[in-house]
Design a protein around this ligand. Structure first.
Ligand code: LFR
Length: 483
């Protein structure tokens, strides 16, 4: 094993993607962001679609930049892909796309969502079988809609791959379903690592579209020749099926204390609040609290609640002609928002009108007006309102876990874009009444790289990786303050 090992993480987010080069040397990880690109879905005739061609083009450009960044003579040991959850492609045996790739915010799942919500027995059965609540973005609902409204698809498609599985296929030529991303679909059996026949039957989805999920860390083989032939640095690069779900990767990156007292918050477009557990949290109360029993790469559980997250702020920014575009302007916005008095009333962050509105500012204004609350005067006011409301949403999720799992959390560990947002961290600490520890870390890419390092034998296991990572991280602690 060389003394310095280089790996690359392809990290696709719903609003931006990154290619990150990881350098592992003397038990220390150094990250270089070699490529960052925007991502967005586009609406055609009322439906929302991802542009996979552009994403793949950017990923390849990033891989080339990663190779160009390597020191002379060094090689890339491996590459791994993580991506947002739930979205999928339908393919034939030759690997051709046979259906346009919809985005999970597409409203096409609404009729199925309502049907299941209104059938109490089925709702309970599906939650008991999969551990995943009935939410508009579930792959189950989107696949159900495709099969019901375009029935010829069952002749055309032979395979369903979730997006990270598909990118793994483009890199390696292997079609596999990886466990963590499969667990976001509401189609996986919550008590095993196989598909739920019950859920597949209910949503009328062909079971043959899926293969038995592989655990993360599996080696998919070398990069396809079209890559390996382009550079000697890629000649032996392994494709590793890392935790394909970005949230699973981010959770792996948490330098958590082994005593289980840490609550995790991966903060980006979504706020993913949860913890690691040997068992799922099921039952009526868990379903009412929208607890999602997603999986860790090794098969254990990540009970979590999806709070709407910085999507609220990302949307609001678009409605202001003048908004921050660089770090200095961001810092000025956060400072202005911090100086404002606490908002008189907070948003109910679970309001479904925030899911995909044409204008987020208009949706927030309508929400406030309905409750007879004055709308903020400027962008700083919206920023303050959104961060404080998210803080309360995070604390509510924590309390639901504490009741249901009969445990008390001592700290909240935060990674992702929001970990750099002081108001969000402080608001979360204040509402939760426990310290928030921020690592200003690209958790998704770090977890992706951790899985690669373990798979290729450079690090013994995740506990060892977390120990090394924690020893070298700069952390900021936000103590709760009385309001
Ligand atoms: C975060 C995330 C969430 C998932 C949402 C939709 O990027 O993966 O975990 O619920 O996107 O896929």
């Amino acid at each position: 094993m060389p003394r310095t090992i280089y790996t690359a993480a392809l990290d696709f987010g719903a609003t931006s993607g990154r290619v990150i080069l990881g350098q592992w040397s003397k038990n220390r990880l150094t990250l270089t962001e070699v490529h960052r690109f925007p991502n967005a879905f586009h609406t055609l005739n009322g439906h929302d679609y991802w542009d996979l061609g552009t994403l793949w083009h950017e990923a390849q450009a990033g891989l080339r930049k990663a190779v160009a960044t390597l020191p002379r003579g060094a090689t890339l040991a491996s590459v791994g892909v993580d991506c947002w959850g739930v979205d999928f492609v339908l393919l034939n045996d030759a690997g051709r796309l046979v259906f346009p790739v919809h985005a999970y915010r597409d409203a096409r799942s609404q009729p199925g969502l309502r049907r299941l919500a209104n059938t109490r027995a089925a709702l309970d059965r599906i939650y008991a079988a999969t551990g995943i609540p009935n939410v508009f973005y579930n792959s189950s609902l989107h696949l159900e809609e495709t099969v019901a409204n375009c029935p010829a698809i069952t002749d055309l498609a032979t395979r369903c791959l979730f997006l990270p599985d598909y990118f793994n296929f483009l890199l390696s030529g292997r079609m596999e379903n990886e466990l963590t991303i499969a667990s976001t679909s509401q189609l996986l059996d919550v008590h095993s690592t196989t598909w739920s026949q019950e859920a597949l039957r209910y949503f009328r989805i062909p079971p043959q579209w899926f293969s038995p999920p592989i655990l993360s860390g599996a080696k998919l083989g070398r990069l396809r020749r079209e890559f390996s032939a382009t550079s000697p640095a890629l000649a032996k690069t392994q494709v590793i099926a890392v935790p394909g779900h970005d949230t699973a990767a981010a959770y792996d990156a948490m330098p958590a204390s082994p005593d289980g007292g840490d609550l995790f918050l991966s903060s980006g477009t979504w706020s993913l609040v949860g913890f690691e557990s040997d068992r799922p949290i099921l039952g009526t109360k868990a379903m009412a609290a929208r607890i999602s029993n997603e999986r860790i790469g090794d098969g254990r559980y990540r009970p979590l609640t999806n709070v709407i997250g910085l999507w609220l702020l990302e949307g609001t920014l678009k409605d202001f002609a003048s908004h921050p575009t660089n770090d200095r302007e961001w810092a000025a916005l956060i400072t202005a928002a911090e100086k404002l008095p606490a908002p008189a009333a907070l948003l109910d962050v679970n309001d479904p009108s925030f899911a995909n509105p044409p204008s987020m500012k208009a949706a927030i204004d309508a929400h406030l007006k309905k409750r007879k609350v004055r709308v903020p005067a400027n962008l700083a006011g919206y920023t303050r309102l959104i961060c404080d409301s998210l803080g309360r949403g995070h604390a509510d999720a924590m309390r639901a876990f504490e009741t249901m799992a009969e445990k008390k959390f001592r700290r909240i560990l935060i990674v992702g874009g929001g970990s750099k947002n002081r108001i969000l961290c402080q608001a979360t600490a204040n509402a939760a009444g426990i310290p928030v520890v921020s690592f200003a870390l690209e958790g998704t890419a770090v977890g992706n790289i951790a899985s690669q390092l373990i798979a290729i034998g450079a690090v013994k296991d995740l506990a060892t990786f977390r120990r090394h990572l924690g020893a070298n991280l700069v952390q900021t602690v936000y103590q709760p303050k009385p309001s």
